[in-house]
Write a protein that binds this ligand. Structure first.
Ligand code: HAM
Length: 422
């Protein structure tokens, strides 16, 4: 039997990768404008890191992590990273990045792993582009992060996304809200799904964004966090909203948006699209002011986001397709001597930044021309034994189908001179 890829793990093939590269390139451009530096963190971390940061009662930690025991004497538990924030914070602490410069703006790109049920826009290995700002508590950075994302969507040409905004309060005010919500939910326990009932006492907020019908109707008139915010949280959220209004960034408040990771406090957000079906969040994130301390560091505020590459690419592909690179020149050769002439020329031209393609084995003129056409080569140079003798060859422009003779010893020069036109 043929060996296939693992369910939920996919290949990104030529034809599709161009869109990925385009997205990555635009992301780097925007991160550069906002002064973010790239960080590369390991794909494998100690399981404890994710348990402590994402939270024991989240779906991710309860059932979605790829975890295994290492072959060391202790059998240390290791996990394929389900997200990037925990690793970035671990690196920030371990490498004492705060000592060099207390405010760090970092971004990362790479694969994450969650054992979810695969469906459109949901994989078990998926890619994120993420960013984290450590060391800033002011609401201006919350707005800056959202504006960065909005600029990025504009740069890649993605329109029609909805920004949903919420606040989850902080250590001061969330416990009071939690108690109120818990009391409310306890009275409706029998309407909740088994999952929400099971984690009711430990994580009652999760019931607010459960997709089960019973939970939706049971929580429809649940108390909202908005009424329970302490003054500093109210002020912070008020300023974030004012900044968004002043900069013309539209948003919708959604007080039921509870993120699937426990480290959040204050501002949280999701950018959604109505063209993605049920997996509609393209990017999401928020503040995590207690996380650095939770992982043993000095009190340090943090905020960030991650965007799902597969979902971005799905949306972009609905808008347009990006083609693989076209050869600038395809050399059609007939006979061994012509091949011996063409091979080093191709190498020289590539060295000058020209994309050149040629066959290695003898094929008919017709079949080589067909292949040049299929590859959408811009120019074709046709060289046979006779052309070598005459020192001349035919150069054909594949776009307008015009062709003319050119001296072989001038081909390189001509191509380089005419580079701007192809
Ligand atoms: P998240 O909401 O779990 O947040 O994931 C962020 C984005 O990753 C989602 O909005 C979605 O686009 C994509 N994503 C998540 N799971 C999958 C999946 N199974 N298949 C395809 N795409 C997926 C985080 O990961 C946080 N670390 C974000 C953050 C950074 N918060 C603060 N800083």
């Amino acid at each position: 039997m043929n060996i296939t890829a693992i369910k939920g793990f996919s290949d990104i093939l030529p034809g599709e990768i161009e869109t990925w590269q385009f997205v990555e390139e635009k992301a780097r451009e925007v991160f550069g404008l906002y002064n973010f530096s790239e960080i590369r963190i390991p794909i494998l971390e100690k399981t404890e890191l994710f348990r402590r940061s994402i939270g024991e009662t989240t779906d991710i930690v309860e059932k979605e992590m790829y975890t295994f025991a290492d072959q060391d004497a202790e059998g240390t538990l290791l996990t394929l990273r389900p997200e990037g924030t925990a690793g970035v914070v671990r690196a920030y602490l371990e490498r004492k990045l705060y000592q060099v410069e207390p405010v760090r703006k970092l971004f990362y790109l790479g694969p994450m792993f969650r054992r979810e049920r695969p469906q459109k826009g949901r994989l078990r290995q998926f890619y994120q582009i993420g960013a984290e700002v450590l060391g800033r508590a002011d609401p201006y950075v919350d707005a800056e992060i959202l504006l960065l994302l909005s600029d990025f969507f504009a740069k890649v040409g993605l329109e029609g996304l909805l920004l949903e905004l919420n606040t989850l309060g902080d250590r001061q005010c969330r416990p009071g809200y939690r108690q109120k919500l818990l009391a409310f939910l306890r009275e409706r326990q029998d309407q909740l799904c088994p999952n929400c009932r099971r984690r009711l006492e430990r994580n009652p907020l999760r019931a607010l964004d459960c997709k089960e019908k019973g939970c939706i109707s049971a929580t429809s008139d649940a108390p909202s966090i908005v009424g329970y915010l302490c003054e500093p949280c109210q002020g912070h959220f008020g300023t974030v909203q004012r900044l968004l209004r002043e900069t013309g960034l539209d948003y919708q408040l959604n007080s039921r948006m509870v993120r699937g990771l426990d480290y959040y406090c204050r501002t949280t957000f999701e950018w959604t699209s109505d063209r993605l079906g049920s997996q509609n969040a393209v990017a999401a994130g928020g503040r995590y002011d207690g996380l650095v301390e939770e992982l043993g560091g000095p009190p340090t505020p943090g905020i960030g986001f991650a965007l799902g590459m597969e979902r971005m690419v799905l949306l972009l592909k609905m808008a347009r397709t990006l083609e693989p690179p076209r050869p600038d020149l395809y050399i059609v050769w007939i006979g061994n001597q012509a091949r011996s002439w063409a091979f080093p020329i191709a190498r020289r031209l590539r060295g000058k930044g020209i994309n050149v393609e040629m066959e290695g084995e003898e094929k008919s003129l017709k079949s080589q021309m067909r292949r040049a056409d299929k590859m959408r080569a811009k120019l074709v140079l046709i060289v046979g034994e006779e052309e070598l003798v005459r020192g001349k060859a035919i150069l054909r422009n594949m776009d307008d189908k015009e062709q003319r003779e050119t001296a072989l010893d001038r081909v390189e020069e001509e191509l380089l001179a005419g580079r701007g036109s192809f």
